[in-house]
Design a protein around this ligand. Structure first.
Ligand code: HEC
Ligand code: HEC
Ligand code: HEC
Ligand code: HEC
Length: 424
C-alpha cells in the first residue's frame, strides 16, 4: 500500500474491562450472567486472521466490497446504517437557536445527524457554506487516505472539486486502516488525533478512540485551515480547558454582526463528554462500541460484532449487557427520564441566552457604552454561548454524562446572569 508521510499507528484491540480494576464487577461474573441468556459476549466473537487482501482501488484502500468476501455479516451490518435516515430540523424545534447562531451557517441549516452511509450526501447538500475540503475530514475514508498522502495541504483544497472525486463514506479504513483482517485490529488514521492523542493510547481504549476521531470538538487551524483538536490530554478535553485553549489563541468561529462578539461553535463532543468528569461508564472501562455495537450470531453460528451503530435501547443484545450492572432497571425509562430533564433545561437556558444576546445587540446599537465595557460583556456572552453549545450539540442529550451536561448548563446560566447584570 502506498502511503507517504502519514504515520501509521497500531492500537491493540484487546480492550480490558476496567470494571475488574475498580472492583465493580469482574469480567467473570459478567460472563456468567450473560451465559444465562441467548446472547453471546465479546469473548465469544470468532475473530478472523487473514493476510491483507489485494485491492484494486486507486488510493490503496481495501473497499467494503473487497472485505465482503471475508466478513459478509460485518459489511452487511455496516451498510444497514442506511436504515438510520431519520432527522430532526433543530431550527424548527428550538426556535431560539437561529437568533443565537445569527451570522453563522448553523442559523440557516441545522439538522440532526443520521447514519454513516449518508455522510457524503449530507455534507454536499447542506446549505451551510463549505468552501474548503476540511469539511470532508470526517465524511469519507477516501479523504482520510488523501490526507495521509498529501499531509495538511489536503484540507485547503477546493471543496466541490475534492468532494466530486470521493466515493466512500466513512468506512472500514477510518477505524481499521487496511488491518481489519487482523482480528479486527483498530487503527488511528486521522492525522490530528495521531498527533494529539498518540501518548494516550494506553489510557483510552481503542474502541473509544476509533470513534474519537470524529465524534469530537475540533477547529480549523487559522494558518492553513487544517483540522485539529484543541487538546492533547484527558484533562484538556473539559469544556473549561477547551475554552481556555481557544481564548489563549484568540480563536473564534465567527464574529457576530449585531453584538460584535467573537463566538465559538461547539461541534459534537461525544468523545469529550464520555471521557469527561462525571462519566461512570468511562471509569468502568466501557467503550463506545460496548454500547453502540451489538455482539450478534449469524445464521451459520458465526459470532461477530455488528457494525450497525445503534442506540443501545434498540438492541436486546446490548440491553442485556446493561443488565449485568443495572439489573432489572428499565433502561429506556432511565435514559429517557434523564434526557427529558436535560432537554427541558436546554430550552430554558437557550431562551435566556437568546434574550441576553438581544440585550447585548441593543446595548451595542444604543451608543451608551464604551467599547471597553461592551468587550467585557461580549466575553461573558462568548463563554455562556460556549457552555450552552457544548451541552446542546452533544448527541446523547445528557445520556452519556448528565453530570457534565448539567455542569455546562449551570455555567451558562451563571454567565448569563452575570452578563445581564452588567447592563446599566
Ligand atoms: C470518520 C469519521 C467517523 C467515525 C470514525 C465515526 N463516526 Fe459516527 N458519524 C460520523 C458522521 C459524519 C455522522 C453523521 C452522518 C450524517 O448525518 O450524514 C455520524 C453518525 C453517527 C451516528 C448516528 C447519529 C444519529 O444522530 O443518528 C452514530 C450512532 C454514530 N455515528 C456512532 C459512531 C460510533 C459508535 C463510532 C465508533 C465505533 C463512530 N460513529 C465513528 C462520523 C464518524
Ligand atoms: C454506557 C453506554 C454508552 C457508551 C459507553 C456510549 N454511549 Fe453513546 N449513547 C448511549 C445512550 C444511552 C444514548 C442515547 C440513545 C437514545 O437516545 O436512544 C447514546 C447516544 C449516542 C449518540 C446519538 C445517536 C443516537 O442513537 O441517539 C451518538 C452519536 C453516540 N451515542 C456516540 C457515542 C460515542 C462516540 C461514544 C464513545 C465516545 C459513546 N456513544 C459511548 C450510551 C452509550
Ligand atoms: C466507526 C469505526 C468502525 C468502522 C467504520 C468499521 N469498524 Fe470494524 N470494528 C470497529 C470496532 C470498534 C471493533 C471492535 C469492537 C470491540 O473491540 O469491542 C471492530 C471490529 C471488527 C472486526 C473484529 C470483530 C469480528 O466480528 O470479527 C472486524 C473483522 C471488523 N471490525 C471489520 C470491519 C469491516 C470489514 C469494516 C467495513 C465494512 C469495518 N470493520 C468498519 C470499528 C469500526
Ligand atoms: C460495567 C457496569 C455498567 C454497565 C455495563 C452499564 N452501566 Fe450504566 N452505569 C453504571 C454505574 C455504576 C452508573 C452510576 C450509577 C447510576 O446512575 O445508576 C451508571 C449510570 C448510568 C446512567 C446515568 C448516567 C448519568 O450520567 O447520569 C445511564 C443513563 C446508564 N448508566 C445507562 C446504561 C446503559 C444504557 C447501559 C447499556 C448500554 C449501561 N448503562 C451499562 C454501570 C454500568
Amino acid at each position: 500500500m502506498k502511503r507517504s508521510g502519514g504515520k501509521k499507528v497500531l492500537l491493540a484491540c484487546t480492550v480490558a474491562l476496567a470494571a475488574a480494576v475498580v472492583g465493580f464487577m469482574s469480567p467473570l461474573v459478567r460472563k456468567a450472567a450473560a451465559e444465562e441468556t441467548k446472547y453471546p459476549t465479546r469473548d465469544d466473537v470468532d475473530y478472523v486472521y487473514i493476510q491483507e487482501p489485494k485491492t484494486d482501488s486507486e488510493n490503496g484502500i481495501i473497499t467494503e466490497d473487497e472485505w465482503a468476501e471475508y466478513f459478509p455479516e460485518i459489511v452487511e451490518s455496516y451498510r444497514a446504517n442506511a436504515d438510520n435516515s431519520f432527522t430532526i430540523d433543530y431550527l424548527k424545534e428550538d426556535t431560539y437557536l437561529s437568533n443565537i447562531y445569527e451570522g453563522y451557517g448553523f442559523a440557516i441549516d441545522y439538522e440532526s445527524a443520521r447514519g454513516h452511509e449518508y455522510c457524503l450526501e449530507d455534507v454536499q447538500s447542506v446549505a451551510r457554506p463549505h468552501p474548503l475540503s476540511n469539511c470532508l475530514t470526517c465524511k469519507s475514508a477516501d479523504f482520510t487516505a488523501m490526507v495521509m498522502m498529501m499531509g495538511e495541504d489536503a484540507y485547503s483544497l477546493d471543496f466541490e472539486e475534492t468532494a466530486s472525486k470521493l466515493v466512500t463514506n466513512v468506512g472500514c479504513f477510518n477505524c481499521h486502516g487496511n488491518a481489519a483482517g487482523n482480528g479486527g485490529q483498530l487503527m488511528l488514521t486521522h492525522d490530528y488525533q495521531i498527533e494529539n492523542l498518540w501518548d494516550l493510547t494506553d489510557e483510552i481504549p481503542a474502541a473509544t478512540l476509533a470513534c474519537g476521531q470524529c465524534h469530537i470538538e475540533y477547529y480549523f487551524k487559522p494558518e492553513n485551515k487544517a483540522t485539529n483538536s484543541p487538546y492533547s490530554s484527558i484533562e484538556g478535553m473539559s469544556p473549561d480547558a477547551i475554552l481556555a485553549y481557544y481564548d489563549e489563541m484568540g480563536f473564534a468561529d465567527w464574529t457576530q454582526e449585531s453584538t460584535g462578539a467573537a463566538l465559538l461553535k461547539a461541534q459534537h463532543p461525544e468523545f469529550e463528554t464520555f471521557m469527561g468528569e462525571g462519566s461512570n461508564h468511562a471509569l468502568l472501562g466501557l467503550t463506545c462500541a460496548d454500547c453502540h455495537m451489538a455482539t450478534e450470531t449469524a445464521d451459520d453460528g458465526t459470532v461477530y460484532i455488528s457494525h450497525t451503530l445503534v442506540s443501545p435501547l434498540t438492541s436486546d443484545s446490548i440491553l442485556q449487557k446493561c443488565a449485568t450492572c443495572h439489573g432489572d432497571t428499565d433502561m429506556a425509562d432511565k435514559v429517557h427520564t434523564l434526557q427529558a430533564a436535560v432537554t427541558a433545561r436546554e430550552t430554558e437556558v437557550g431562551t435566556a441566552l437568546s434574550d441576553f444576546k438581544d440585550q447585548l445587540a441593543e446595548a451595542v446599537a444604543s451608543g451608551d457604552y464604551t467599547e471597553e465595557e461592551l468587550d467585557e460583556i461580549r466575553y461573558v456572552y462568548r463563554a455562556a454561548q460556549w457552555y450552552f453549545d457544548f451541552d446542546y450539540v452533544e448527541n446523547s442529550e445528557g445520556a452519556h454524562n448528565s453530570t457534565l451536561a448539567n455542569y455546562c448548563l449551570d455555567k451558562a446560566e451563571e454567565l448569563i446572569a452575570e452578563g445581564v447584570g452588567m447592563f446599566q
